[in-house]
Design a protein around this ligand. Structure first.
Ligand code: SF4
Ligand code: SF4
Length: 153
């Protein structure tokens, strides 16, 4: 079902979501991730790309007064993500299109490691990419899809 409701998202979260299998900064954060991903997958809303706190950051312990305490680092990842995905000029884009674009232009092209250079979760995501490049891409995507495909409590 398509929704006319829009969701604010930092560009790099369109990558993180595709590797989310339940890890996060706190229980509240993990639950928030699950709810946001469930909504995106069920409703395919327009995503408004933002350079500030988004719908996921609101439950993050690293957000202070709507600003990420690692803003410089995160902004740099956002910037690299937008350039690599070719979505620098996009203001609003359907979730399904954003997910597909990032998947094709970053994840499947082996650019994740460079873009996410200094992220603390990098090992989890690059390990998944290694599995992807070994030919089992559908297994990893299915694992992620199975997890966030369940309706959150
Ligand atoms: S390495 Fe970090 S920024 Fe990159 S996709 Fe994974 S969690 Fe997101
Ligand atoms: S670390 Fe920063 S960008 Fe990432 S979810 Fe938390 S507040 Fe948002």
């Amino acid at each position: 079902m398509k929704s006319d409701i829009s969701v604010k998202l930092r560009p790099h979260h369109s990558m993180c979501i595709q590797f989310f299998v339940g890890n996060g900064y706190s229980n509240e954060f993990v639950e928030r991730m699950r709810k946001v991903i469930y909504f995106l997958e069920q409703n395919d809303p327009f995503v408004i790309l933002v350079e500030s706190s988004d719908v996921i950051c609101t439950e993050c312990p690293h957000e202070r007064n709507e600003i990420c305490e690692n803003e410089d680092k995160v902004a740099a990842i956002d910037c690299r993500c937008k350039i690599a995905a070719g979505i620098g000029d996009a203001k609003a884009i359907r979730w399904s299109e954003l997910k597909k674009t990032v998947n094709e232009r970053i994840i499947r092209c082996g650019k994740l490691s460079e873009i996410c250079n200094d992220c603390c979760w990098k090992k989890i995501c690059t390990d998944a990419v290694t599995i992807l490049s070994s030919g089992n891409i559908e297994d990893v995507l299915q694992k992620s899809s199975d997890f966030y495909g369940e309706e959150p409590h």
